[in-house]
Design a protein. Structure first.
Length: 174
């Protein structure tokens, strides 16, 4: 049974610490996703030459800026433009899952995309609101017993908030 665990962090440093913690604990980077607003003007942003995102997935979703460090090592990095939410950077399996929401998005595209990932509607609304204010959404997919509890402990240890577990999520594997 597949489980996805989600959390929100307020800062880039928290997001990096969680992804580092997951990697150090044996989670594959291909199972880790990060979604955050594309601030565009950050000095630590580099340009990605290629992305694993499907071609033509969303208007303006050409390869976007990617924050350096461990977040830059995640698979499938690209930009999404979602009406009502603006430009986002997505990395990992969440990129493929949300790209459909961006491609045909209406004002509720992000909310629908998050619900499609198996996140309960009330939590999806909270995550959407948190993304609007500059927070980072992090998730990890697990298939082994006990990994969900380990991931949750890592999220908590590094200040992750609004932690949600979703069983048999629609987040595709890379």
């Amino acid at each position: 049974m597949s489980t996805s665990i989600f959390c929100v962090t307020k800062t880039h440093n928290q997001a990096e610490a969680i992804v580092n913690g997951l990697q150090s604990s044996g989670f594959a980077l291909s199972d880790v996703s990060v979604l955050y607003p594309d601030s565009g003007g950050r000095k630590d942003v580099g340009h990605v030459v290629a992305t694993k995102a499907p071609e033509g997935v969303a208007t303006g979703a050409t390869a976007g800026g990617v924050t350096g460090g461990v977040l830059g090592l995640l698979a499938g990095i690209g930009s999404l433009a979602i009406p009502g939410l603006g430009p986002l950077i997505a990395a990992g399996p969440i990129m493929a899952a949300l790209s459909g929401a961006a491609a045909g998005a209406t004002a509720g595209g992000m909310l629908g995309g998050l619900i499609g990932l198996g996140i309960p509607e009330i939590e999806a609304k909270r995550y959407e609101s948190r993304l609007r204010t500059g927070n980072y959404l992090i998730s990890v997919n697990t298939d082994r017993d006990g990994d969900d509890d380990r991931a949750e402990a890592i999220f908590k240890a590094h200040g992750g908030e609004d932690i949600v577990k979703s069983t048999d999520s629609a987040v595709p594997k890379s």
